[in-house]
Write a protein that binds this ligand. Structure first.
Ligand code: C2E
Ligand code: SIN
Ligand code: SIN
Ligand code: FE
Length: 374
């Protein structure tokens, strides 16, 4: 046996045919001759050839029965089979092809023709296999491309976050708050959303949320304050009605700024969340909030969560217009606003994780303004 040659099994009950066939093929292939279908099946358990030449008319297991058996077995179904037939009946030939043979050759065969046909079919088979492996390579390549895109996307998302964070912190500086508000509110919101998920409350809404996106967009909830005059924003005392009316505009300004960004990008999920938070974080459950006087569940859930998170941090922090109050006092105020300013269910949720809020409140970050002026 020559390892560089392809292996052909020749199956025929006629010994003369086997002898002629072997003589024709043996210079070009490793030929194994078998005089029955049963012997073929037995040998296949040990060795898989590149091609089978299969006689149709055989006692016991005939060619049709043999090929049906092969095509039903995973390990044999891909072996190309050419029928050898004495018949010139096209119906029989058709039957052979329909059972999965790749070709038929009529006996008695002309040796050069037999060789040509076999060569052709083996070529087709090897090209088929090459295509298959190229396809597999393509699939692999495609998955590594996907991986690359993921890495790139992560980089872009990181850049986007960094830009957003700085932008939000600059707004915070204008506000002259003590710093860290943006970062803390993001963590409070995460705590609250985690609790919400565990509780099963508002499950229909929450299950469809991309939490990461909401947390990121929360950084922009007060972005509209950019448009508020310093002398109002930093006024040490109580605002006049007129001034407060102006300040209320930060929700609508925020929405407009984000809508403006929306016009110049195809990214909409993030901006839609940011828009909702900026526009609705000062709505109140009883309908007395702004800018839309939305009531109860008319206020998007994100906005209802943001409201409690925003007020908690405002209460426990110094502002130009007021001193910080303690965690305990803040809880008292929030409790008393249940059903008035806040969604009662969200207040319950907040109370169940208020210890965590307290821990987060101790996270003090220096003001970006101080950092960049060093
Ligand atoms: P902010 O300082 O970030 O406060 C956010 C929200 O926290 C407030 O929304 C309010 O609901 C709640 N909050 C803050 N401090 C207190 C407090 O001492 N007691 C109670 N019960 N709630 C408090 P609000 O009122 O719609 O105000 C929006 C923004 O307007 C504030 O954001 C702040 O920038 C500004 N602002 C509000 N009142 C005054 C004020 O009297 N003087 C000055 N200079 N700015 C004010
Ligand atoms: C408010 O209580 O709604 C206004 C916050 C403040 O002026 O202290
Ligand atoms: C929004 O405009 O983002 C929501 C406010 C609403 O529900 O009308
Ligand atoms: Fe606000």
């Amino acid at each position: 046996m020559n390892a560089s040659l392809k292996n052909v099994f020749l199956v025929d009950d006629d010994l003369t045919n086997l002898a002629i066939g072997e003589k024709t093929l043996c210079d070009f292939y490793n030929v194994v001759t078998l005089n029955s279908g049963a012997r073929l099946l037995k040998l296949l358990e040990k060795k898989i050839p590149d091609l089978i030449l299969l006689d149709v008319e055989m006692p016991e297991l005939n060619g049709y029965e043999t090929i049906m058996y092969l095509k039903n077995k995973n390990e044999f179904e891909d072996i190309p089979v050419i029928f050898l037939t004495a018949k010139t009946d096209s119906e029989d030939e058709l039957r052979g092809l329909s059972l999965g043979a790749i070709d038929y050759i009529t006996k008695p065969f002309s040796p050069p023709l037999l060789l040509k046909r076999i060569e052709l079919h083996l070529l087709i088979e090897s090209q088929k296999r090459e295509l298959m492996s190229q396809k597999e390579e393509l699939i692999l390549l495609n998955s590594s491309l996907n991986e690359l895109v993921k890495v790139k996307t992560r980089t872009v998302v990181e850049l986007q976050n960094a830009v957003l964070k700085t932008m939000a912190e600059l707004v915070e500086c204008r506000d002259d708050t003590t710093g860290g508000h943006i970062e803390r509110t993001q963590i409070y919101l995460q705590v609250l959303i985690d609790a919400l998920r565990k509780s099963g409350l508002y499950q229909n809404e929450v299950s469809s949320w991309d939490v990461e996106l909401i947390l990121q967009s929360a950084q922009l909830h007060d972005v509209g304050k950019i448009a508020i005059e310093d002398n109002i924003l930093r006024k040490p005392g109580k605002l006049t009605d007129e001034e407060f009316t102006k300040i209320k505009g930060h929700t609508t300004f925020g929405k407009n700024i984000i809508e403006k960004i929306k016009q110049s990008t195809s990214e909409h999920d993030f901006l839609e969340q940011a828009r909702t938070l900026a526009f609705t974080h000062h709505e109140k459950w009883d309908g007395s909030g702004y800018p839309m006087n939305l009531k109860g569940e008319e206020i998007p859930l994100q906005g209802r969560l943001m409201a409690i998170v925003d007020v908690y941090d405002a209460l426990i922090s110094d502002r130009p217009y007021k001193k910080a109050i303690s965690h305990k006092e803040a809880i008292k105020i929030i409790k008393s606003e249940s059903g008035a300013h806040f969604d009662p269910a969200v207040v319950e949720l907040f109370l169940s994780v208020s210890d965590e809020f307290y821990h987060v409140s101790k996270l003090h970050k220096s003001n970006l303004w101080d950092e960049i002026q060093k």
